[in-house]
Structures are given as structure tokens and as C-alpha cells.
Design a protein around this ligand. Structure first.
Ligand SMILES: Cc1cc2nc3c(=O)[nH]c(=O)nc-3n(C[C@H](O)[C@H](O)[C@H](O)COP(=O)(O)OP(=O)(O)OC[C@H]3O[C@@H](n4cnc5c(N)ncnc54)[C@H](O)[C@@H]3O)c2cc1C
Length: 413
């Protein structure tokens, strides 16, 4: 497809315009270029560089795919995506280590969920080994070995800011134009133009990969009106270096599989530091990384309204989630969550850290539920990635392939 444009005031006419230079936008560009090196692509990114939001602020774990039931998009793309990400890292000299992970049950209820995770592993063709208490101690000597756990040998840790920076450079080398400081603030869907940074750009097809703002960009296309994105804040502590030996690789709890969050875990990241977190505390702004930074009155009021509705409906044990997560603002409660996994961790071991991320979580407004899977919506000339929640980083190369396939299928009809 070649786009020829409509008017002289339009700056550049691109076959593809991608909104957002997070991992999803960048891998979509990568996939488009892989299929047609001559295709003309423009990426518009509102920040000064890549990695300012979720893709540069995550735990850096390449998940195996064990958490997701076989009929989900997450299951479909996670394991393949992780393999392709590892290959990308190996090819381009990005730090990545297949360090494995243990998931440990800490109560009777967890044992039931543990079996469900093992079934997911079988269904999804993922390597996973059931461990007894002795097996857990062999891999993670300091973990709480209640009764059973799972060893996932294919979980890896990666330098995620390094991945997005490398993609930025490689894409530019392939002729992809990336404009920073270019937040999309208007779209003329009839003329196929977008306005950003006081310029107007023409496109043939648009991919909305705007992460926390994907619902807002989708509104320009009259798409996704049944949803809104709510931000959840992920705070981390860092384990005092002298105590980092308490964690060999990754120690995770058994998650509540009704929720899209995995619970506070201990991760030895690629630098060797051990981070404890993240929380999933409701935030009052999509970029509310600090206590008061990134707050806008209108947005905070809208978030408060949606949270109240969700709280009242209480699907997916939402009240329990909010109460448990808000409690983690207190270090004592955060510590308690960490000690469930590694009892030797004490208050002095948890150092404050400036690592914080925000997970934009899609909610279905009428059903008042958190959407658990990736959500894609399309028009004739646009595709919108509306819920790029974890493991979207892990899945990205495979997910991007599916996103481009979906566009090709639709435009071929
Ligand atoms: C605390 C935390 C821990 C996580 N841990 C993991 C993990 O271990 N493993 C894993 O696989 N996943 C993890 N995730 C999830 C993962 O990071 C995200 O799923 C993924 O990064 C989403 O990528 P994205 O490109 O959709 O979003 P983003 O990285 O947020 O990128 C979207 C981009 O769009 C830009 N943008 C927004 N609006 C506009 C606009 N109007 N115009 C132009 N540009 C715009 C933004 O500036 C941003 O750069 C975690 C997330 C968080 C927050």
C-alpha cells in the first residue's frame, strides 16, 4: 500500500503512522519493516525519548506463559514472544539471562491454584516442574517452603530499557522516522491526518500503541467507547546489597488468577540487584509516578468515579484488591508481603527505590470488570491496542506479528 495524501499542508505522507514508541509501537514497526523494507513509517511519541513509561519501568522479566489459560491471547503470544525477545537480545548484545523462577504456595488455597498453573503449562507446552518443600529449598534456599511450588526454567530477566533503545536505533537505521515531543492531540479520520506538535501528518493506516493513553487516541476513531483505562501504581523497594544473596533468581507468589496482577515478588534483575515489588495501588493519574506529580484534577475525578463504581460492584474481589494494595503504602505491610516469600527479609533490608511504574488497566465500563487479556479494536484504516498489560513486553515480537496479521486480513477483505 502506498499513501499519496490529500493536501499540501500535510507534512509527509506515510504508509503507516504509529502512535507511541513503547515496546508495542516499536515492534509493530519492526514487523512492518520485516515484511516490506520499503514501507514508509512514522512513529509519533510524546516524550523526549523511548522508555519513559511502562516499557522502560517494568520488572524486566520475560515470563514463560504459565499464568495464562490456553484460550487467551496472552498464552498465544507469551512463550513465542519470550523466545523471540531472547533471540533479539542475543543478536544485538542486550543483557538477558534465563535465570528461572520459583512460584511458591504459601497457604492451602494456593495449592489448588498451583495445579491450575501446572495445567496451563501442559496446555501451553511450557516447561514447568512441580516442587516439594525440599525442591524449593534446593533452588531458593531462603524461600518459604510451605508445601509445594513450581520451577519455571525458561523465565528470564532482561534489560528492558536497553531493548527499546536498541529498537529505536535499528528502526531509524531502516529508515523509520521517529518524532519525539510529538503527542498526538487530534485526528481527522476522513482525511487521514493527525496533529502533533503543531504539525499535521498524513497516513495510510494508523496503529494506536499509545499505552496508558490508548483509550483516548481510540476515541478520535469512535472506537473502544465501552472501556476506560485506569492506572495502577507499581512501587518497588530494593533489597540491601548485603542481603541480595537471599534471592538467587526470581521468587513469586501464587497469584489470584482472577486478577491481572502477579503480586509482590522478588526479582534479581539483570544488574544483579534484587527488587521487591511491584504493588498495584490505584493511582490518581495515568502518569502519577510520585505522590503528587502527574495529577490533573479532571482526570483524577474521572478515575475516582470509575474506581467507586468498580468498588461498589466488587467483581473479581475488587474491594479486597484495593484494600490490600492501599495497605502496601505502609512499609510494614509491604514487608509482610515480602516475608511471605522470604521470611528472613527484615525492615532494614528494604531500601527505598525510585523504581516506579504505572500499569494502565482496561476496565469494561458497563460490566465494571478488569479486562484480563489483550484487547484489539479496528476500523477500516486503524488498529487500536487497548490493553497492553503484562506480559505485553515479553510477548511483544509475537504480539506485533499478530497485530500486523490482523490489519492485513482486515484490509484484504
Ligand atoms: C511496574 C510494572 C511491571 C511490569 N513488569 C513486566 C514484566 O516483568 N514483564 C512483562 O512482560 N511486562 C511487564 N509489565 C508490562 C509491560 O511493561 C507493558 O505491558 C508494556 O511495556 C506495554 O508497552 P506499550 O508499548 O503498550 O506501552 P508504553 O511503554 O507505555 O508505551 C506507550 C507510549 O505511547 C506514548 N504515548 C501515549 N500517548 C501518546 C500520544 N497521544 N501521542 C504520542 N505518544 C503517546 C507514551 O509516551 C509511551 O511512550 C510491567 C509493567 C509495569 C508498569
Amino acid at each position: 500500500m502506498r499513501y499519496t495524501g490529500h493536501g499540501s499542508e500535510i507534512l509527509g505522507n506515510f504508509d503507516y503512522l504509529i502512535v507511541g514508541a513503547g515496546i508495542v509501537g516499536l515492534t509493530v514497526a519492526w514487523e512492518l519493516k520485516r515484511r516490506d523494507p520499503a514501507t514508509r513509517i512514522l512513529i509519533l511519541e510524546k516524550e523526549p525519548d523511548v522508555g519513559y513509561h511502562a516499557s522502560g519501568r517494568n520488572s524486566g522479566v520475560l515470563h514463560s506463559g504459565i499464568y495464562y489459560a490456553a484460550d487467551t491471547l496472552k498464552a498465544k503470544y507469551c512463550a513465542t514472544g519470550a523466545r523471540r525477545m531472547r533471540e533479539f537480545a542475543a543478536e544485538h548484545g542486550i543483557h538477558c539471562e534465563r535465570s528461572g523462577k520459583v512460584i511458591i504456595a504459601t497457604c492451602q488455597q494456593d495449592l489448588i491454584t498451583l495445579e491450575r498453573l501446572l495445567k496451563n503449562a501442559r496446555d501451553n507446552g511450557i516447561r514447568a516442574e512441580k516442587l516439594d518443600a525440599g525442591g524449593i529449598r534446593q533452588i531458593e534456599p531462603h524461600a518459604y517452603a510451605y508445601e509445594a511450588g513450581i520451577y519455571s526454567p525458561d523465565t528470564a530477566v532482561i534489560d528492558s530499557p536497553g531493548v527499546v533503545a536498541k529498537l529505536r536505533d535499528l528502526l531509524r537505521g531502516q529508515g523509520v522516522i521517529i518524532h519525539f515531543h510529538a503527542g498526538v492531540n487530534a485526528v481527522d479520520t476522513m482525511r487521514r491526518t493527525v496533529d502533533a506538535n503543531q504539525h499535521r501528518y498524513g497516513y495510510g493506516y494508523l496503529f494506536n500503541c499509545a499505552g496508558a493513553n490508548a483509550d483516548r487516541v481510540a476515541r478520535f476513531f469512535n472506537v473502544g467507547k465501552q472501556y476506560a483505562l485506569l492506572p495502577f501504581k507499581g512501587l518497588y523497594y530494593k533489597l540491601r546489597p548485603a542481603r541480595a544473596h537471599l534471592v538467587k533468581s526470581n521468587i513469586y507468589p501464587v497469584p489470584d488468577i482472577n486478577l491481572p496482577f502477579l503480586g509482590v515478588h522478588l526479582t534479581r534483575v539483570i544488574s544483579g540487584d534484587v527488587y521487591v515489588g511491584p504493588t498495584a495501588i490505584p493511582a490518581w493519574g495515568r502518569e502519577n509516578y510520585g505522590l503528587l506529580s502527574g495529577l490533573h484534577l479532571g482526570e483524577s475525578m474521572s478515575i475516582a468515579w470509575h474506581l467507586t463504581q468498580m468498588y461498589a460492584a466488587n467483581h473479581q474481589h475488587f474491594r479486597e484488591l484495593v484494600q490490600a494494595e492501599m495497605a502496601k503504602y505502609s512499609k510494614a505491610n509491604f514487608l509482610a508481603a515480602a516475608r511471605k516469600l522470604v521470611p528472613e527479609v527484615c525492615a532494614d533490608d528494604l531500601l527505598p527505590s525510585n523504581k516506579v511504574g504505572i500499569r494502565p488497566q482496561l476496565v469494561h465500563l458497563k460490566e465494571k470488570r478488569l479486562e484480563m487479556d489483550f484487547v484489539l479494536e479496528q476500523t477500516a484504516d486503524s488498529l487500536h491496542v487497548l490493553n497492553s498489560i503484562s506480559p505485553a513486553f515479553t510477548s511483544s515480537f509475537a504480539f506485533a506479528e499478530a497485530i500486523v496479521d490482523q490489519h492485513v486480513q482486515k484490509t484484504a477483505v
